[in-house]
Design a protein around this ligand. Structure first.
Ligand code: TUI
Length: 317
C-alpha cells in the first residue's frame, strides 16, 4: 500500500484538520513548513477568498498543502473549479459525499482525501477513486458522526484497501501511536493546531481551548441531524435546552447565527460557537506549528521505546 507521506508529499504523515474561518494561509503554511500537510479551510468562504489564500500560502511555503471543501456549502462547484485551476496538491472534503467530484479532481492531478465518519461512506469514496480517507471519530470537534475513533479506525482499515488516516482525539504522540496500533497510516490533528502561534483565531478562543478539561465539550445539534461538537459555554447550554424542548430548527438556527464569527473574530467565550475536539483538555501550551509536529513525533518514538511495558508483551522469559 502506498505510503501516506508519499501521497501527501510530506515529511510526517500528519494533516492539519480543516477549521472553518480559522485555517487560512498563516496556519496552513506553518504546518506545511513544519513537515505536515497544512490545510486551507474554505467552508463559508468565497471562491475569490480561496484563490487569494492559495496564493498567500504559496508565498509562504514551497511545500505541499491542501484545501478542504465543506460539502454543505452552497458554492461547492465554484470552489472545486478554483482548486482544479490552481492545481492544489491535495483536497480533503467534509460533511458529505464527495463522490461526484473525485474523478475530475484526480484528472487535474489532485490527491483526494475525504474526511468520513462511517464505513459505508468510506467504502463509497474508495470505490470512486479516493487516494486515502480520514476516519474521523466522534471525539473530533465540529460536525461529527456517531462512532469513536477507537471503534471506527480498525473497522475502516479492514474494509478498505487504501490508507486510513485517523482523526478525533489525537493531540500528542500517544494518540498517534494508538492510531497506528489500530492500523491507521497517518493522523489528522486540528484542536492542537488551534493554539499554534500562527493560528489567527481570537485570543478568547485559544484561551477556551487552553482552559478546557476532558468534559468541556458537548455535541449540539443532534436533534437537527447535524451534530456539532463545541465547548460547553452559555451558547451550548442554550442550544441543548432548546433541543430538549424540541424547539424547531429555525429557532435553533436563529440562536446560532453569527456565533462562529463571534468565537473566531471576537473570542466570545460565552456566546461564541467554539468548535473543539474532546482532546482539548490535553492542550496546554501555545507554540509554533512546527514545534507541535516535532514534539508529537518525538513522543511517538518514546512510546515505541516503552512498548515492552505493555502487559509484559515482548518481554523475554
Ligand atoms: O465535516 C467535518 N467537520 C466539520 S464541517 C463543519 S462546518 C458545519 N457546521 C455546522 C453544521 C455542519 C457543518 C465543521 N466541522 N468532518 C467530517 C465529517 N463528515 N463529519 C461528519 C461527516 C458526515 C456526516 C454525514 C459526512 C457525511 C454524512 O452523511 C452523508 C453520508 O452519505 O453518510
Amino acid at each position: 500500500m502506498i505510503d501516506v507521506c508519499e501521497i501527501l508529499g510530506t515529511e510526517y504523515p500528519i494533516i492539519q484538520g480543516a477549521m472553518a474561518r480559522i485555517a487560512e494561509s498563516s496556519l496552513a503554511s506553518a504546518v506545511s513548513n513544519g513537515g505536515g500537510l497544512g490545510i486551507i479551510a474554505s467552508g463559508g468562504e468565497t471562491a475569490d477568498w480561496l484563490r487569494d489564500q492559495i496564493k498567500k500560502t504559496r508565498e509562504k511555503t514551497d511545500k505541499p498543502f491542501g484545501v478542504n471543501i465543506m460539502l454543505l456549502a452552497d458554492n461547492v462547484d465554484e470552489l472545486m473549479e478554483v482548486v482544479k485551476e490552481e492545481k492544489v496538491p491535495v483536497v480533503t472534503t467534509g460533511a458529505g459525499n464527495p463522490g461526484k467530484y473525485i474523478a475530475s479532481l484526480k484528472e487535474a492531478g489532485i490527491k483526494v482525501i475525504p474526511v468520513v465518519a462511517n464505513v459505508a461512506l468510506a467504502t463509497r469514496v474508495a470505490r470512486a477513486g479516493a487516494d486515502a480517507v480520514v476516519a474521523e471519530g466522534t471525539e473530533a470537534g465540529g460536525h461529527i458522526g456517531e462512532t469513536t475513533t477507537m471503534a471506527l479506525v480498525p473497522q475502516m482499515v479492514d474494509a478498505l484497501d487504501i490508507p486510513v488516516i485517523a482523526a478525533g482525539g489525537i493531540a500528542d504522540g500517544r494518540g498517534i501511536a494508538a492510531a497506528y496500533m489500530l492500523g491507521a497510516k497517518g493522523v489528522q490533528v486540528a484542536t492542537r493546531f488551534l493554539v499554534a502561534s500562527e493560528c489567527i483565531v481570537a485570543r478568547g478562543y485559544k484561551d477556551a481551548i487552553l482552559k478546557a478539561k476532558d468534559s468541556s465539550t458537548v455535541a449540539t445539534g443532534r436533534s437537527t441531524g447535524h451534530p456539532v461538537r463545541i465547548i460547553k459555554n452559555k451558547l451550548a447550554k442554550e442550544i441543548l435546552s432548546l433541543e430538549k424542548k424540541n424547539a424547531d430548527v429555525e429557532e435553533i438556527n436563529r440562536l446560532c447565527t453569527g456565533t462562529l464569527a463571534a468565537a473566531v473574530r471576537d473570542g466570545d467565550a460565552d456566546y461564541g460557537n467554539i468548535m473543539s475536539g474532546q482532546i482539548a483538555g490535553l492542550v496546554k501550551k501555545e507554540q509554533p506549528a512546527a514545534e507541535i509536529i516535532e514534539e508529537m513525533f518525538k513522543e511517538v518514538e518514546d512510546v515505541y521505546k516503552d512498548r515492552n511495558s505493555i502487559c509484559g508483551a515482548g518481554r523475554s522469559v
